[in-house]
Structure formats: C-alpha cells, structure tokens
Design a protein around this ligand. Structure first.
Ligand SMILES: *Cc1c(COP(=O)(O)O)cnc(C)c1O
Length: 354
C-alpha cells in the first residue's frame, strides 16, 4: 500500500476557532478551518488537497443534484485526557464507503486518499476536537457525481470531500419510536445497506409524520408485511429480551451494516451476554413486552452512540420503558466511551491515533 500520497495543503490565514465555544455546540452545525477535496476524472483520482473550508462552485446541471449519485460516511474523532487525538474504526467506514460507491455505480476511492487524507486533515485541525464528555469531532466524507449533463447514466466525474464538524450530542434525551407500517425504507435488491443520499430523502416523510404523532423517529419494518424489523431511523436497533441481545440480521442487504452495531456485538459477547443476529418480528417484541421479558431497547449509531428508547408505539399500542433500568445499554455505553476516550486499553485495535 502506498501511503506517501501527495496532498497539497493550503492553510487558513487565521483560525475561526476563537469564535466558537467547543463546550457548547449542537450536532453538525459548525465546521473546522479546513476540508479535503479530490476530483475523479479520466478514470483516476487527482488534485488531492487540503484547503480552507469554503463554498463549492457548481453548475446547475450537476448530475448529483438531478439523479442522486451521492454517498457519505460518518466517523468520530476523540480527544483523551492528555490531549491526544484518535479516530474510532475509520477503516471500517472506508470499506463501507466503497461498498456504497459500488452500489451507486460510482468509482471507489483508494485507501491512501481516504485514510491518509483523513488523518492529515484531522491532525491539522486537531485543536477543533472538543474535550468535553459527549462532545466529539464528527468526520463527514462524501462523494458525488459532477458531470454536467441531463442524460441518465453514471457520471464520468466525481468529487470527494472530507469535512470536520465539532459536535455536541445528537440526541439529548431518550427517544420515542413509532413502528412504521405505511412507508418503507428498503427492500431486498434495493440499496438499504448503502449510505447514499436518496435513502435519507425518502425516509424523512416517515419521521415527519411520526413527529406529528408525538414520536421522535420510526422503527422501519419490511415492505411486504410491515412485520419484520429493520432499523430505527438512521440507527441500528437492539433489543434485550430475557437477558439475550437480539438485533435484525444483515443478510438481505436491507439494513445498514453499522460500525456501532458491530462494536456493540463484540463488546456484549465479551461481557458474557448472548447475541443473536436474526429475523425479528414486531409480534415477538409485543409478546415479550406483554410477558415482561422485553428488558431494554436501544439504537446504535455513530452520531448518537447508544440511544435508549423510552417508548415504542405500534398502531395504538404503546410500550413505555423505564430507561433508568437499562443496565446493559448503560454498561455498553460506558465501555464504548472508555475505549473511545482512551480511558482503557484498546484491545481490539479500533483506535487510530493521529
Ligand atoms: C450510518 C447509519 C447507521 C449506523 O451506522 P454506524 O456505522 O454505526 O454509524 C445505521 N443505519 C443507517 C440507516 C445509517 O445511515
């Protein structure tokens, strides 16, 4: 592997950091001083550069705007008590980014541009990583089609960017989730496993209608019977049923293969908790709830980490939970945070030091 790629760096004249209080920031609203940019043309990636965060100049005919060839990733960087910076499992996001690219007929990105580019960018803007608990630097790689032509076909040219957004917590309180029976997020043969922009555009109406009913997000179900569970909003979902952790399996390609989901599975097994990845129906969940065996429900995702769910609504039936009793979710959350803020040894090699 070639790691000595040439990245041209142009620094800002003066940092914007002095105008921002990293202790009190919303999620994804502010961006650091620099960004990474690269272009794909004539079958190769070129012009890899780090430069001041700035607007892009685009043509109105930009293919990504019309036909949605656009993908992204979400990764987090942390600072430990000594001020050292780390990125959590970026290599897994790199692999998933290229899986998304292939599904959308987009070129893959070489490892050295994604990984080395990200490391250099994060190192340059290291002062932007918040040190307050629950505050992190969210890393947003993205790629989109840049041909300027209205014919529907895969673009020949693309742009790759990495943005850095110092961020506070995504969800500040436990969520109320509505079991979705009208809209569908994904279907076998579709693109549910990829992080492409269109998946989010088509899901917003369900979240909007759920909010009108007093919920925060939806629990997606399969498109045929609205019975088999997929994921919650933009997170994977996990249930603790009679002490066993159960999460929907990935084999149909309808569910995003979350890095947080995978980390949770590894850590739960190490804690001695049985984990089952399998088909899981809403009927089984309701039955377990009625029997008093549904101990905990939570979402897993990079933005929110482990997000406890305080109520599930299925039609008119409501399943409230006392999230204070969620012992496994709390233990998992603590274990993950201890690893990511480098308070305990990183026995899985998940942390990439910058
Ligand atoms: C990003 C995402 C997740 C979570 O994946 P992580 O790698 O844990 O961040 C889950 N579901 C959807 C739909 C997502 O977009």
């Amino acid at each position: 592997m070639e790691t000595d790629i040439d990245i041209n760096i142009t620094r800002v004249e003066s940092s914007k950091l002095k105008d921002i209080n990293l202790e009190n920031i919303p999620f994804g609203k502010y961006f650091s001083d620099h960004m990474l940019e690269a272009d794909y043309e004539n079958g190769e990636w070129k012009n890899v550069e780090i430069k001041p965060y700035q607007p892009l100049v685009i043509e109105p005919s930009l293919a990504a705007l019309h036909y949605g060839q656009s993908i992204f990733e979400g990764i987090k960087a942390y600072k430990d008590a000594n001020g050292e910076g780390y990125i959590f499992r970026p290599y897994d996001n790199f692999k998933r980014f290229n899986i998304s690219a292939a599904r959308m007929c987009m070129p893959t990105i070489p490892e050295e541009i994604f990984m080395e580019g990200m490391k250099q960018l994060v190192a340059l803007d290291k002062n932007w990583i918040p040190s307050k608990e629950d505050h992190t630097m969210y890393i947003r790689p993205l790629m989109f089609a840049t041909d300027t032509l209205l014919g529907v076909r895969p673009s020949d040219t693309y742009k790759f960017l990495i943005l850095l957004s110092p961020s506070g917590p995504y969800y500040t309180s436990p969520m109320k989730i509505y079991v979705e029976e009208k809209y569908s997020r994904s279907v076998k043969g579709g693109a549910g496993f990829s992080k492409n922009a269109g998946n989010y555009a088509t899901s917003m109406i369900a979240a909007k209608e759920a909010r009108a009913k007093g919920y925060d997000q939806v629990l997606w179900t399969d498109p045929f019977e609205h019975k088999w569970l997929q994921e919650v909003g933009m997170m994977n979902v996990m249930f603790i049923i009679d002490g066993v952790a159960v999460t929907p399996e990935l084999s149909e390609g309808t569910i995003l293969n979350g890095v947080t989901r995978n980390s949770a599975i590894v850590l739960l097994k190490e804690m001695g908790i049985e984990v089952q990845e399998r088909r899981l129906s809403i009927d089984e969940i309701v039955e377990a709830y009625k029997k008093g065996q549904l101990n905990e429900v939570f979402g897993c995702g990079t933005a929110a980490t482990i997000a406890p769910i305080k109520e599930l609504g299925y039609g008119d039936y409501r399943m409230p939970f006392d999230v204070e009793t969620f012992k496994i979710a709390a233990k998992l959350r603590k274990e993950m945070d201890d690893i990511r803020y480098a308070r305990i040894p990183d026995t899985h090699n998940w942390m990439v030091k910058i």
